[in-house]
Ligand binder design. Structure first.
Ligand SMILES: *Cc1c(COP(=O)(O)O)cnc(C)c1O
Length: 421
């Protein structure tokens, strides 16, 4: 269905309904030339409006001082509430199911404090083997803080021999078999290493049937996949703002708490004043009463500057919509997959294999190449050709063609370099 020619790649670009969005971002340059930036899954590029949005807040602060809380252009008192609409549309949630605050690992801890309740019969946590290190540390420390032993409390799903990814039937089977001892399932929406997208709906259903809490780390899924967290019935989720969501290094994070927990003052939680019932927050009374919904998990007043960048970025996502973004993404990553496989056909020996699933439903905007030999040299060749990809020890190159700002021509040129001398 695709063609392996530069003319064809260019024709796809000229027909691309989202082509104008590239100009909304700063593309990094080396020696005065734009690089091929395939690292938006690690740090998304800067929207040109970010500076404008930060300047608004700096100016209000200079002009108004503390009065900016209520009299600013975007009053800081309720700054986070601007995100209810765009973020709920982004992840398929109801407006009061989402809140923006803190950073990702912090939020995972806050959520696990509420959703991981081990008891002697049901105390285990199920994660994917090869989960992102921060998730490992977070989960292990949660287990220990409850007085359990990590060795018999952490179940890691690892691919069956000869496989690189976790087949859905295998995951569901594991949940059915061991579910009665599992307190919480915490998987990535997309595995950061392999690029595999999990069937979150089926996993949530199986988890609930087994009596488990089910949460997802959506660091690599938010702004990448079309999500439907509310309808899927997911209990909780969190994601960072700086990968596909282009909200700047260390940027703010998003949280989802399903409506079924919206009014649950009994859930254990680490509380702070910003999670207090808003209508009575400033009475400053003792005794914590949480705000309805995800907002009840906030601790501190809103971090305006990282949130200003988030606002700039979310405006773009709202304008495009995940539906059309995902459509282009499927084609762009599909084209990359096609070109690599085409070129491989002509090779006498394999230097690498694609470990990301080939079915578009099982992946987002990423292809992971497992180098069989000389992986670092291959990666260095990319860098020397001004291609920014991502190297993961011991031998994986991750390539993320991001539909908001990457082009089919860039995909074509990348493959030329990958297979070139
Ligand atoms: C990027 C990423 C993180 C990073 O956590 P921070 O708290 O934002 O530093 C954590 N988990 C996963 C799965 C990630 O992909």
């Amino acid at each position: 269905m695709f063609d392996n020619t530069l003319e064809y790649a260019r024709s796809l670009d000229s027909k691309d309904p989202l082509k104008s969005f590239r100009s909304r971002f700063y593309i990094p340059k080396v020696d005065g030339e734009e690089v091929i930036y395939f690292c938006g899954n690690s740090l998304g590029l800067q929207p040109k409006t970010a500076k404008i949005f930060i300047d608004i807040e700096l100016d209000d602060w200079a002009r108004l001082g503390v009065e900016g809380h209520f009299e600013g252009t975007n009053p800081w008192f309720g700054y986070h509430k601007q995100f209810e609409g765009p973020v709920s549309r982004l992840v398929g949630a109801l407006p009061h199911e989402v809140v923006v605050m803190n950073a990702l690992t912090v939020n995972l801890h806050l959520l696990m404090t509420s959703f991981y309740h081990p008891n002697p019969a049901r105390f285990k946590i199920l994660i994917e083997g090869g989960a992102f290190p921060s998730d490992y540390y977070a989960v292990e420390s949660q287990i220990r803080n409850h007085g359990y032993d990590v060795n018999d409390s952490l179940i890691e799903l690892t691919p069956r021999p000869g496989e690189h990814i976790l087949k859905t039937d295998y995951i569901l089977d594991k949940i059915r078999k061991e579910g009665s001892t599992i307190a919480m399932i915490l998987l990535g929406g997309v595995n950061y290493y392999t690029g595999q997208a999990f069937d979150m709906e089926a996993i949530t259903k199986a988890g609930h049937e087994a009596g488990c809490m089910v949460g997802f780390d959506l660091a690599h899924a938010a702004g990448n996949l079309k999500l439907n967290l509310h309808d899927w019935g997911v209990d909780f989720a969190a994601w960072c703002g700086y990968k596909y969501l282009n909200s700047g290094p260390g940027g703010t994070s998003g949280v989802f708490v399903h409506e079924r927990w919206a009014n649950s003052p009994e859930l254990p939680r680490l509380a702070g004043w910003w999670g207090y019932k808003e209508s009575e927050r400033f009475k400053m009374q003792p005794g914590f009463i949480p705000e309805y919904g995800a907002a009840g998990w906030q601790l501190s007043n809103a971090q305006i500057f990282p949130m200003a960048i988030h606002k700039a970025s979310l405006e773009i996502f709202d304008e495009v919509g995940m539906e059309s973004l995902r459509k282009k993404s499927d084609m762009l990553t599909g084209y990359l997959d096609f070109l690599i496989r085409e070129r491989m056909k002509g090779q006498t020996e394999e230097n690498f294999i694609i470990i990301t699933p080939s079915d578009p439903r099982d992946r987002g905007a990423q292809i992971s190449l497992l180098a069989l030999k000389n992986g670092k040299e291959l990666f260095n060749k990319l860098t020397a050709n001004h291609i920014i990809a991502d190297w993961r020890e011991p031998n994986v190159i991750r390539v993320a063609p991001v539909p908001l700002y990457n082009t089919f021509e860039e995909v074509y040129r990348f493959v030329e370099v990958l297979f070139g001398e």
